[in-house]
Write a protein that binds this ligand. Structure first.
Ligand code: C2E
Ligand code: MG
Ligand code: MG
Length: 590
C-alpha cells in the first residue's frame, strides 16, 4: 500500500510486489503479465528465470497464450497442478520444466470497469495446488495490482489532458514546450520552421461578444486552420487567440501556407446569427543550424510583432533575406496591378520560320513590362506573380486582345503574318469563360480564327484534366490552333499529347543545349518530331541560335524554327522591317 501511494512507476510497483511475495512464500515465483492490444508483456516479476519470462513475452491474450493468456481471455483463474500431466502449450511447458518449474496458478486482474488488464501468476517448484496461504496472498496482490494499473492509467490520461487544449483538442503550449525541448536534445534532420498566428484585436471581440461566443468562434477557426495543415506539420493552440504551426516545409511552401491562412481568417464567421469579421497576423521563423529552438520560437514572435506593426493582416519572416523576398513579391504584385491598369505592358513578337520554304510561318507574342521604378521585369518573374495573385486572367485576356488587334492591323496593311501565337496560363484553362471571351475578341477584331494559336504548357493539364479537355476542345471548335508549349520539360506526357486536340507541338529550348549531329538529345528530338508528325501536328523547335542547329533540325524533319538565329522578340515596327528585309533578301535556312 505504501508503494502504491509513493511516486513509483507501475513497473517498479509490480516488481516490488512480486519480490515481496517471494519473500513470504519462498516456494513460488511471481509474475504479472499485462496485455496491451491483446499481446502479453511482463509488467513486473521477481526471481523467475529470464528464459521463461522471454518465452511469455509477446504471447497472445488467448487460450493459445499459456495459463496467463487463458486467464486473461476467459477472466477465470487457471490452475496447472503439474506441468508433466498437462497437454496444452507444450513449447511453453518445456521451457518452464527446463528451468525447474513444475506448476502454475494464473489469476486474471480485472479492473473496476470490467476490463481484464493482465494476469497474476505464481509458479511452483513442485507439483501441487495453491493452498489457503497462497490464496490469501494472491487475492491481496491482485487487488493491489488492479489499483496500481488504474492509478497508472489515470496518470497517463492526466498527462494526455495536460498536453491538450480543452476547447479545440489541439496540442497546447505545454506540449509545444515539451516538443521544443525534445528538439533541442535531438535537433531536427529536416528544416524546421515555426509559424505564430495571432488574431488582430481579439480582446475587443471578446469584450463585444462575451467569452462563450468568442470560444465558439475560436473553435471554428481551429477547424479552418486544421484543414490547411498537411503532412507532419502540427497545429498547436498556445493560448487565447494564438496558434502555432510547427512545419518542415521550405520557405516557398511556408509562404504559400501563410498566404492561404490569411484569407481563411478573414472569411466572416457567423456565431448565433451574428456575423463576425476578424483578421490575423503571422510571424514565421526558420530554425538555423546550431540555434536553440527556443530562439527560433522567439524570432517567430518578433516576426509576428513586425507583421502587426506593418498594418496587420500580413505575414513576416524573421530571417531578413526571406523578408526581403516576401516584400519583393508584394511590391511586384502591386506594381503589376498598376501596370495592367495603366496599360503599360507591351507585346513583342518573335518570328517563326518555315524550315522548308524559309517563309515566315507565324509569330509568337510575348509580354514585356518595364516599370518606372523596378525597370525591366522579365516574364519569368512577373507571370508567376500574376498567376498567384489571380491577375493572370486579366493579363491573358489583355495579351489576346492586343495580339488580335495587331493581327487585324497586319491584315489591313497587307503584311503577311500567317499566324499569331499567344501564351495562356494553366489557370485560364480552368476558366469556363475563356472560350466565350476568345470568341468575342475574334469577332470584335475581325481576325479569322485560323490565324490565332493559343499555347499551353504541359503543367496546365495535370491540374484538372477534364476542364482542360473541355476548354481545349471548345477552342479547337472555334477554329483556333492549339499548341503544346515547352514540350519535353516537366511531365512530357505522350498521352496528353495524343488525347488533347493539339495542332502544334513546341520542343522546349532546353533541348538545343547539347543538340548535335549524334547523341541522345538528337535521338529524343527526332522521336518527338516523329510522334508529332504521326499525330498530324506541326513541330516547332524553340531557342535555335545557330546555323548548325538549324541544319540538323532540318535533317531530322522539323517543320518550323523559332529562335535568336532568325530573330529576337521585337516590337511591331522592327518586325515590319524584319519582314521587308527578308522579302528583299531571303536568308537561307541553312
Ligand atoms: P515561351 O512561351 O516558351 O517563350 C519562349 C521564350 O524563349 C521567350 O522568353 C523567348 O524570348 C525565349 N527565346 C526565344 N528564342 C530564344 C533563343 O534563341 N535563345 C534563348 N535563350 N531564348 C529564346 P520570354 O519572352 O522571357 O518568355 C518567357 C516565358 O514567359 C514564355 O516562354 C511564356 O511561357 C511566358 N510568357 C511570356 N509572355 C506571356 C504572356 O503574355 N502570358 C503568359 N501566360 N505567359 C507568357
Ligand atoms: Mg510560348
Ligand atoms: Mg516555350
Amino acid at each position: 500500500m505504501e508503494a502504491l501511494t509513493d511516486q513509483f512507476s507501475l513497473r517498479e510497483m509490480l516488481d516490488f510486489m512480486c519480490r515481496r511475495i517471494e519473500l513470504i512464500a519462498p516456494d513460488c515465483m511471481a509474475v504479472v503479465m499485462l496485455s496491451t492490444g491483446a499481446i502479453l508483456h511482463a509488467g513486473g516479476h521477481g526471481g523467475i528465470p529470464m528464459p521463461v519470462l522471454q518465452a511469455f513475452e509477446g504471447l497472445e491474450a488467448s487460450t493459445a497464450g499459456g495459463a496467463c493468456g487463458t486467464a486473461i481471455a476467459t477472466a477465470e483463474e487457471v490452475v496447472i497442478p503439474d506441468f508433466g500431466q498437462e497437454t496444452r502449450w507444450p513449447a511453453l511447458r518445456a521451457v518452464a520444466c527446463r528451468h525447474g518449474l513444475a506448476a502454475e496458478w494464473a489469476v486474471p486482474i480485472i479492473l473496476r470497469n470490467g476490463e481484464v488488464a493482465g494476469s497474476f501468476s505464481l509458479y511452483f517448484r513442485k507439483p501441487g495446488q495453491p493452498d489457503r496461504w497462497h490464496r490469501r496472498i494472491v487475492n491481496a496482490c491482485v487487488h493491489l495490482a488492479m489499483l496500481a494499473i488504474e492509478q497508472q492509467r489515470s496518470r497517463e490520461s492526466i498527462i494526455r489532458l495536460s498536453y491538450t487544449d480543452r476547447l479545440t483538442s489541439l496540442p497546447n503550449r505545454l506540449w509545444l514546450n515539451r516538443r521544443l525541448n525534445e528538439l533541442v536534445a535531438r535537433p531536427p534532420a529536416t528544416a524546421l520552421s515555426i509559424m505564430v498566428i495571432d488574431l488582430d484585436r481579439f480582446r475587443k471581440i471578446v469584450q463585444a461578444l462575451g467569452q462563450g461566443r468568442a470560444d465558439q468562434m475560436l473553435l471554428e477557426l481551429a477547424g479552418r486552420l486544421r484543414h490547411g495543415i498537411v503532412g507532419r506539420d502540427v497545429l498547436v493552440r498556445t493560448e487565447g487567440d494564438e496558434f502555432v504551426v510547427l512545419t518542415t516545409q521550405d520557405a516557398t511552401d511556408i509562404t504559400h501556407l501563410a498566404e492561404r491562412i490569411l484569407p481563411t481568417l478573414e472569411e466572416p464567421f457567423t456565431i448565433d446569427n451574428i456575423p463576425i469579421n476578424i483578421s490575423g497576423s503571422i510571424g514565421i521563423s526558420t530554425h538555423q543550424d546550431g540555434q536553440a529552438v527556443e530562439e527560433t520560437l522567439r524570432q517567430a514572435y518578433t516576426a509576428l510583432a513586425q507583421a502587426k506593426k506593418a498594418g496587420r493582416c500580413c505575414y513576416r519572416f524573421f530571417h531578413p533575406s526571406m523578408n526581403r523576398q516576401a516584400d519583393d513579391h508584394v511590391i511586384l504584385a502591386s506594381a503589376l496591378r498598376e501596370a495592367i491598369a495603366d496599360n503599360r505592358l507591351t507585346l513583342v513578337y518573335q518570328p517563326q520560320v518555315d524550315l522548308r520554304t524559309g517563309a515566315l510561318h507565324g509569330v509568337e507574342a510575348l509580354s514585356r513590362w518595364t516599370d518606372p521604378v523596378l525597370g525591366m521585369v522579365s516574364p519569368g518573374r512577373f507571370i508567376p506573380v500574376a498567376e498567384e495573385t489571380g491577375q493572370i486572367r486579366e493579363l491573358g485576356i489583355w495579351s489576346l486582345r492586343v495580339a488580335c488587334e495587331q493581327m487585324a492591323d497586319w491584315i489591313a496593311r497587307d503584311i503577311m503574318v500567317p499566324t499569331i501565337s499567344v501564351n495562356l496560363s494553366a489557370i485560364q484553362f480552368q476558366d469556363p469563360e475563356l472560350v466565350s471571351q476568345l470568341a468575342t475578341i475574334l469577332h470584335q477584331t475581325g481576325v479569322p480564327s485560323e490565324r490565332l494559336i493559343v499555347e499551353l504548357t504541359e503543367t496546365a493539364m495535370i491540374e484538372n484534366f477534364d476542364q482542360t479537355m473541355t476548354t481545349a476542345t471548345a477552342i479547337r471548335n472555334l477554329g483556333i490552333g492549339l499548341s503544346m508549349d515547352d514540350f519535353g520539360t516537366g511531365y512530357s506526357s505522350l498521352s496528353n499529347l495524343a488525347s488533347l486536340p493539339i495542332s502544334e507541338v513546341k520542343i522546349d529550348r532546353s533541348f538545343m543545349n547539347g543538340f548535335g549531329s549524334t547523341g541522345n538529345v538528337r535521338q529524343v528530338v527526332t522521336a518527338i518530331i516523329r510522334i508529332g508528325h504521326t499525330l498530324g501536328m506541326t513541330v516547332i523547335a524553340e531557342g535555335v541560335e545557330e546555323a548548325e542547329q538549324c541544319s540538323q533540325l532540318r535533317e531530322i524533319g522539323c517543320d518550323v524554327i523559332q529562335g535568336y538565329y532568325f530573330g529576337r522578340p521585337m516590337d511591331t515596327s522592327s518586325l515590319d522591317k524584319w519582314i521587308s528585309a527578308r522579302r528583299a533578301a531571303p536568308v537561307a535556312v541553312a
